[in-house]
Design a protein around this ligand. Structure first.
Ligand code: CS2
Length: 478
C-alpha cells in the first residue's frame, strides 16, 4: 500500500521557504493554523510561508509526517458533510526531544517572521494562580543553566536572543486556550529573560522588535484514531498516518499587531481586530467551560463522547443554565452570547466526531482557572449568580476523587499534588485548598468554596447525574 507523500500527491502546491516556526505540532495546529496558511498560499501564490513544525514531547508526529514530506489529509466531518483535502503548508518537522538545537536555529532563521504556539495550557509552566512563570519548575531551572532548551519558553528565549543579534523582528503568536494568551506569553518570556545575564539588553530588544498579539482559536479536533486512518485508506487507497479529522466550523480572531509580515490569512476568513478580549472571553467561558462540565459529568454518567454527554438532557440543561445565568452576565454586552451558546451546543452534538469525554477531562488543574474561576471572580464582583459555576467546579473535584478511588491515574501535570489531596479524610476540602489552582480567595472556607463542596458531596460516589441532583442544587445552592 503506498503512502501519502510528494510522490503520490504531486499536485499539492508546496511553499519553497520557511516563514513560520510552529511549536506544538498536534492535531489542532494541523486542522487550524496549517490549514489557513495552506489556503492563503493557494490564493496568493506566495510560497514563502512554509511551516517548520516542532513536536515537543513525543516524536510520534514527526515519525508520521516525515515519510509523508509533511503532507497530511484533513477530513472535515459534520452532519451531511464529509470532505477531505491534502494540506501542504508543513515543510519540515523537528522533534525537540531529539534535536533541541535545531529548534533554536529555526526560530533564529531571519526568513521566519512568525513563531506560533499550540503547546496546551501546561506547556506554559505557569503558576495558575498568579499567571507567572514557575521559576522553581525543574525543567525551567535546568534550561536556565544554559543546556539546549527543553521547555517552550527556553526555546523561544534562546531563539529570540539569536534574532536580537541579527535585529530580525518577529511576531510570537500564542494560539492556546488561555485568557490574554499573548500577554501571558510575553510575561513568561519576560520572567525567564530576567534570570539571564543579558536580561536588560535582551528584554529591551524584545520590547522593540517582537510582538505578542492575543488570539482566539476555535475548532473541535479530536485525537486521530486508527479507525480514522483505516477508513481513509479504504477510501483513497493511500496510507496517511498523520490524517486529522475535525468539525467543519473554524474561527481565528487575532489582534492586528504584527512585528513583521504575515500570510494573507485575512483572505481565508481570519478576523483581525484591535482587541480580541470579547471573543476570547466568550469562547473560553462558554465553549471551553461547558466542554469541561460535560466531560466531567459525562464520564460520571457513562458517556464516552461529548456528543453522547450533550444528548443527555440533564447534562445539557446544566451546561445551558451555567451559560445563561452565570456566564452570560460576565460577557461583553455586544457579544450575542445566546446565539453563540446554541451554536456551541449544536457543534458538541456533532454525531460524526467521536470526541471523547476523557480527552477533554485531561489537565483539569490547568483548565479550571482560564475556563471557570475567572468567571466566578467576575460574577462575584458584579453580584450575579455562581450556582452553576460551582456545579462545574464540583464536577471536576468529584471526578478527581472518584477516578483516583477507582484506581485510575489522572492525566494532569499536577497529578501528584491532586492525588495527595484526594487521599485526605476531607478530600473535597483538601482539593479546594490547592492554592495553585484556587488562589487564596476561592478555597474551602470561602462562600464559593462552600457551595462547591456542597455540590461535590452530592456527586462523589454517585453513578449518574440525575434530575434529583439538579433539584437538590436548586434547593441548596440557588
Ligand atoms: C477542549 C478544547 O480539550 C479541551 O479541553 O475544550 O480543545 C476545544 O475542543 C477547543 O478549544 C475548541 O476550539
Amino acid at each position: 500500500m503506498s503512502r501519502l507523500s510528494s510522490a503520490t500527491a504531486p499536485d499539492v502546491p508546496r511553499p519553497v521557504s520557511r516563514g513560520i516556526v510552529h511549536l506544538g505540532l498536534g492535531a489542532f495546529h494541523r486542522a487550524h493554523q496549517a490549514a489557513f496558511t495552506h489556503e492563503a498560499a493557494l490564493l496568493t501564490g506566495d510560497s514563502s510561508w512554509g511551516i517548520t513544525g516542532v513536536t515537543q514531547r513525543s516524536a510520534a508526529v514527526a515519525e508520521q509526517l516525515r515519510p509523508q514530506d509533511g503532507l497530511f489529509t484533513l477530513v472535515e466531518k459534520g452532519p451531511g458533510i464529509d470532505r477531505a483535502s491534502v494540506v501542504g503548508s508543513i515543510t519540515e518537522v523537528i522533534s525537540a526531544v531529539d534535536d533541541a538545537d535545531a529548534v533554536v536555529d529555526a526560530i533564529a532563521d531571519p526568513r521566519v517572521r512568525i513563531v506560533s504556539l499550540t503547546v496546551t495550557e501546561k506547556g506554559y509552566r505557569l503558576d495558575p494562580a498568579t499567571g507567572r512563570l514557575r521559576l522553581d519548575d525543574p525543567e525551567i531551572v535546568a534550561d536556565l543553566t544554559g543546556r539546549s532548551p527543553g521547555t517552550v519558553v527556553g526555546q523561544l528565549v534562546a531563539g529570540l536572543a539569536s534574532r536580537a543579534k541579527l535585529d530580525a523582528p518577529v511576531t510570537v503568536l500564542s494560539c492556546d486556550n488561555l485568557p490574554h494568551n499573548g500577554v501571558l506569553l510575553a510575561g513568561i518570556v519576560r520572567d525567564y529573560v530576567a534570570q539571564r545575564d543579558d536580561a536588560t539588553a535582551l528584554q529591551s530588544w524584545i520590547d522593540s522588535a517582537a510582538s505578542f498579539p492575543n488570539s482566539m482559536v476555535d475548532r473541535i479536533v479530536p485525537a486521530t484514531t486508527d479507525e480514522d486512518r483505516r477508513r481513509l485508506e479504504d477510501e483513497t487507497g493511500l496510507r496517511d498516518d498523520a490524517v486529522v479529522v475535525c468539525e467543519p466550523f473554524r474561527q481565528w480572531v487575532i489582534e492586528d499587531h504584527f512585528a513583521a509580515e504575515r500570510p494573507a490569512w485575512d483572505l481565508v476568513g481570519v478576523q483581525f481586530v484591535t482587541d480580541v478580549e470579547p471573543w476570547e472571553t466568550m469562547k473560553l467561558r462558554v465553549l471551553n467551560a461547558s466542554h469541561s462540565l460535560l466531560a466531567y459529568l459525562g464520564v460520571r454518567s457513562g458517556h464516552s463522547t461529548i456528543a453522547d454527554a450533550v444528548a443527555d438532557p440533564v447534562l445539557k440543561s446544566l451546561a445551558h443554565r451555567m451559560i445563561v445565568s452565570d456566564v452570560a452576565p460576565t460577557l461583553h454586552p455586544d457579544m450575542n452570547s445566546d446565539a453563540y451558546a446554541n451554536e456551541v451546543l449544536t457543534r458538541f452534538a456533532n454525531p460524526t466526531l467521536p470526541h471523547t469525554t476523557r480527552q477533554v477531562a485531561m489537565d483539569g488543574s490547568q483548565k479550571l482557572g482560564p475556563r471557570l474561576l475567572g468567571t466566578v471572580r467576575d460574577a462575584q464582583g458584579r453580584g450575579s449568580s455562581t450556582t452553576w459555576l460551582a456545579v462545574a467546579v464540583a464536577s471536576w473535584v468529584a471526578y478527581v476523587i472518584d477516578e483516583l478511588r477507582a484506581g485510575r491515574a489522572l492525566d494532569d501535570p499536577m497529578a501528584d499534588v491532586l492525588s495527595r489531596a484526594a487521599a485526605q479524610d476531607d478530600a473535597v476540602a483538601a482539593l479546594l485548598s490547592v492554592e495553585q489552582i484556587f488562589g487564596a480567595d476561592l478555597g474551602p472556607d470561602s462562600p464559593f468554596g462552600r457551595r462547591v463542596a456542597a455540590a461535590a458531596d452530592l456527586l462523589v460516589g454517585s453513578a449518574a447525574v440525575t434530575t434529583e441532583f439538579v433539584a437538590n442544587i436548586e434547593r441548596e445552592l440557588s
